[in-house]
Design a protein around this ligand. Sequence first.
Ligand code: 3PG
Length: 306
Amino acid sequence: MTKILVATEKPFAPAAVDGIRKVCEEAGYELVLLEKYTDQADLIKAVEDVDAMIIRSDKATKEVIDAGQNLKIIVRAGAGYDNIDLQAATAKNVVAMNTPGQNSNAVAELALGMMVYLARNQYNGTAGRELKGKKLGIHAFGHVGQLVGEIAKGFGMEVYAFDPFIAKEKIEKFGVKAVDTVEELYSTCQYVSLNIPSNEKTKKSINFGLLSLMPEGATLVNTARKEVIDEDGLLAIYNERNDFKYISDIAPDCKSEIESKYEGRYFFTPKKMGAQTAEANINAGIAAARQIVNFLEKGDITFKVN
Ligand code: 3PG
């Protein structure tokens, strides 16, 4: 019997698992569940005899991929697939996919929610600031970026975007001002929302030079990946400007230094939770299961990333 492993160190909501199970059962597949594991060895063992695997931020390393003797497809239920060793997957003829757009709304809502939280001094009773009328720069206008822009407009923010892979005219159809360079985005906007993937080009690309362009009252919002931040530059900007704030759903490695020195100027979620809603889990989890069925039954490779 075809076996589908759902390996989630951070489990899906139960309703999402039920939905995935239903898709598997309808296809005549068996669902194998590995949740809340703490040892990578458990994943390596679980993948041994399965045909397909659904993961979240779980690390599909070369070791994991090589252990999957029958493995044909890995679907990352979510957007970023920087946790899959694509080279190892390709070498073993394993298809890797993501489920673009399925969890984006949850991430976008969190970005705005965290912005309000910090602008209102973490609801400590003192007078804060409003988002209305402030300029928000969206760094990469993909699924999440577009929704951040949509919600921000509802707050009355003036929204700008930079995305080298999307034509300006297309961006502007969303009622957002498209800028020509990343420098223009940072020098224009008091708030910047990072919605870029983590890859060889973007790692450490958010650096001191870029952050120092931001106007007075700068707030950087990161619901993307911690790896895109140059943390030396981040600490340097904190040190140089007492108006700079950083909000992140993926705490930086230098978290304790920021926490000890810059009270009231940061907020980090305790665990990455941008996509952690029942709705996002259901959307992404079921999409992943359907993509697996479509691939195994019909050879459909839509959303293949390797
Ligand atoms: C994504 O890339 O889809 C998000 O970062 C969500 O990651 P998660 O599934 O680990 O919460």
